[in-house]
Design a protein around this ligand. Structure first.
Ligand code: FES
Length: 178
């Protein structure tokens, strides 16, 4: 899998513009509203596509590059659509000391993406988080909101294999029921 460079379809772009426009209507055209607007749009779309950032810039009458600058500055904002499965590697102090960065490297290598990116097939997105409160299980990776303990590089392969197996099973069940 390689880094996400998904193109949006014309239909998706129209929908993004429409949904962003609806959200913008609830805000005044003042620049201090930028971050709340970005949060709301991301809450709705799951990420901040270029079309949304352009619409926001036009609405607030500020350069699009300023919007982009804010989006890339804050970790909370995503430029890529979320994957079907989310992988979040804990880099809190304890996980860091127990090899969190080595685990993160393993995820990056296996998925072919960096944090805040999504695989081309939109199957997985990768991110980092601060302590999730399960330090005794360090190093922790949160997989689809479920903290998995002692996720060392070999377990990364195991978790991905489990997803592959799950998908294969579902495909099989589906083809049998067709
Ligand atoms: S530091 Fe990772 S769970 Fe606490």
């Amino acid at each position: 899998m390689t880094a996400s460079k998904q193109e949006t379809t014309t239909e998706e772009r129209e929908q993004i513009k429409q949904e962003t426009g609806q959200i913008l209507n609830g805000f005044s055209r003042k620049r201090p509203g930028l971050i709340p607007i970005l949060q709301k749009v991301q809450g709705k779309l799951g990420y901040l596509p270029r079309e949304a950032m352009t619409a926001i810039a036009e609405y607030l009458d500020i350069p699009a590059i300023d919007v982009y600058g804010v989006v890339t500055f804050y970790n909370q904002f995503r430029l890529n659509p979320p994957g079907r499965h989310s992988i979040k590697v804990c880099l809190g102090t304890v996980c860091h000391m127990k090899g969190g960065y080595i685990t993160l490297d393993a995820w990056k290598r296996r998925l072919g993406i960096s944090p805040r990116e999504t695989t081309d097939d939109r199957e997985f997105d990768l991110d980092t988080v601060a302590c999730v409160g399960c330090c005794t299980m360090a190093p922790v990776t949160v997989v689809d909101d479920k903290p998995e303990g002692v996720v060392e590089p070999t377990r990364v392969d195991g978790i991905l294999l489990a997803f592959g197996y799950e998908r294969e099973t579902k495909d099989k069940e589906k083809s049998e029921s067709d």
